[in-house]
Ligand binder design. Structure first.
Ligand code: MG
Length: 255
């Protein structure tokens, strides 16, 4: 069942996602060669607490008996797609790309957003991958409006990524969001020909294409969390939480 939010709930979700946007924006200045992913994580945890939020991913339950997620951020470098665990051993190098996913709880409501940053100067291919993923996200959001269907979002994202010669990850998807981090509906990023559920005002959706430079196949590492591309190719991930309203679609995680 897709939950529709009241005005009060929408206001709390705006606040939760404003914290996400703030943290992602400030992280941009902190991502540089020589920094460890654990330093980024520790900074983000303090910043979220300072903004009166709580980390939304820390302690989040794993699937199939996996341990709870241990950190505030998901930090996914290069061939890591999503859910990378911050570590003192992971030192960012010039030319890396790093996807950072931020989850926040504010007054019982979740905010969720992600951004892929370039570490110093990166290859032309990495640039193209990041640009395509951002463009696909915005095209998907354009379709996320009352009266359209979930399939319209998938079609827009998939079409953009295919045209650029990259591949949409299929094993992971976007999601509804509210009092739970993951609510109905599941929001596919690849188009399977289905129209899907009809979109309505007061839905709140986390739209998050993950795209690979090589094939779409991914696998989970032995830490039970980190998802990587099977072929070792680069991967990018961008995410916005949006609210559908009678006056159009609001991007709640926009900086
Ligand atoms: Mg998400």
């Amino acid at each position: 069942m897709i939950l529709l939010k009241t005005d009060r709930e929408l206001a709390l979700m705006r606040a939760a996602n404003r914290i996400v946007a703030q943290v992602l924006s400030e992280l941009g200045e902190r991502v540089k060669p020589g920094v460890t992913t654990l330093e980024l994580d520790q900074w983000a945890e303090q910043r979220i607490l300072g903004l009166k939020g709580k980390p939304g991913f820390k302690g989040y339950g794993g699937r199939n008996g996996a341990p709870p997620f241990p950190a505030t951020l998901c930090t996914s470098v290069n061939q890591e797609v999503v859910h990378g665990i911050p570590s003192l051993k992971r030192v960012l190098q010039e030319g890396d790309i790093i996807g950072v996913d931020v989850g926040v709880i504010y007054e019982g409501y979740y905010g969720d957003g992600a951004y892929t940053y370039a570490v110093g100067s990166v290859s032309a291919k990495a640039h193209a991958l990041m640009d395509t993923c951002q463009k696909a996200l915005l095209l998907g959001i354009e379709q996320a409006r009352s009266g359209n269907h979930l399939g319209d979002i998938a079609k827009a994202i998939d079409g953009c990524v295919r045209t650029a010669g990259f591949a949409v990850v299929r094993d992971l998807s976007g999601h509804g969001i509210g009092r739970s981090l993951h609510e109905d509906p599941q929001i596919l990023n690849y188009y399977d020909g289905r129209r899907g559920a009809k979109l309505k005002s007061r839905m709140t959706l986390a739209i998050e294409p993950m795209i690979n430079a090589g094939t779409y196949e991914v696998r989970t590492m032995d830490d039970d969390w980190t998802v990587v591309t099977c072929d070792g190719s680069l991967s990018a991930h961008y995410e916005h939480t949006v609210a559908l309203t009678d006056n159009g679609t609001e991007i709640l995680t926009r900086c």
